[in-house]
Design a protein around this ligand. Structure first.
Ligand code: GUN
Length: 315
């Protein structure tokens, strides 16, 4: 074991999200002064508790920043055809700049088809194949919120990306793949790992910058981390087992109190003991999660501007 003598730097996602939201609010005011109120429509299907929490938070943040929002809550039984009709209505509306379909959708609904039904100009999630292609080819467009938030954390914390060995664990369309592409666009040397990667620890130990997005609590353990690395933990996992809580947070009175009160605690994809070896890390909660909504707000304003041919340049 290598002993680290320095205390890792905690990358405060809530503070960074606050900065971005304040900037977006200024942008919104400038648009409103020109008679334009950016508008976001969020579609939440059925009752998935986690999705309900996220969507409520998105709608609330719109209100705080002066963005018009509308929430549509069709029942779990909605068909793909009915969803397509909903999206077509929103897509045709002048007062709606962004359309977000909260995922996951019920199994019987054709997610890919729906994501393609949102016009790329209103695709504030950056999930449409046209926007995926724009990201890949380095053209301006709407990019996925969580990876965009990761890049903002790195940029605003003055952490280097160019030339760094970046390892992304997880290959989802929402986080892993676009995060890898953004890191590559920022000139990192990028490796994508996943559940089938041989000798994962050997790869992750080479990472100057480690992004964990696999959705498994405490998956990244200390022996997988290069001392001094920057760790970005994208995981939001709910742990409901008391023994597991104690394993992740031994003797931690605050987490024990949260567990006693709620019956669960949130754990990232990185084991807390692994953070101790890092040079800098995003905590869970209070790290990347806070950025996702801030970037959605920014994308909504970007969409409002792009659709009207207003320049995106700032300051
Ligand atoms: N579900 C989990 N993350 C996301 C996201 O970023 N966007 C949407 N639409 N659904 C999600």
């Amino acid at each position: 074991m290598v002993e680290m003598t320095t205390t890792p730097r905690i990358l405060d996602g809530i503070a960074i999200a606050g900065q971005i939201k304040a900037e977006v609010a200024v942008d919104v005011q400038a648009l409103v002064a020109r008679g334009i109120t950016p508008g976001l429509a969020v579609i939440l299907v059925g009752d998935v508790p986690a999705s309900q929490i996220y969507v409520r938070s998105k709608v609330k943040t719109c209100g705080e920043l002066g963005i018009f929002s509308e929430m549509l809550t069709p029942p779990e039984s909605i068909t793909t055809a009915e969803m397509l009709a909903l999206v077509a209505d929103l897509d045709a509306r002048e007062d709606i700049d962004g359309i977000l379909i909260q995922l996951p959708l019920p199994k019987h609904v054709d997610t890919k088809r729906l994501l393609e039904a949102v016009s790329p100009e209103k695709d504030v999630d950056g999930f449409h194949p046209v926007n995926v292609g724009r990201l890949q080819s380095g053209q301006p467009g709407l990019a996925p919120c969580t990876p965009a938030g990761i890049m903002e954390i790195l940029r605003r914390s003055d952490l280097p990306v160019a030339g760094q060995n970046a390892v992304v664990i997880g290959r989802s369309d929402i986080v892993g793949k676009p995060a890898a592409m953004m890191l590559l666009n920022a000139s990192a040397t990028v490796t994508i790992c996943h559940s089938k990667t041989n000798d994962l620890g050997k790869v992750t130990r080479e990472a100057d910058l480690l992004v964990a997005a696999i959705g498994r609590p405490g998956f990244v353990t200390p022996e997988m981390v290069k001392p001094g690395a920057t760790i970005i933990d994208v995981g939001i996992n709910r742990v409901t087992d008391a023994a597991e809580v104690e394993e992740f947070f031994p003797g931690n009175a605050e987490r024990a109190a949260t567990f006693a009160k709620r019956g669960s605690v949130v754990v990232g994809d990185v084991h807390p003991a692994a953070f101790a070896l890092s040079g800098a890390y995003t905590p869970v909660p209070g790290g990347v999660g806070a950025l996702t909504i801030a970037m959605l707000m920014q994308n909504t304003v970007t969409a409002a501007k792009l659709r009207r041919g207003i320049s995106l340049e700032k300051k």
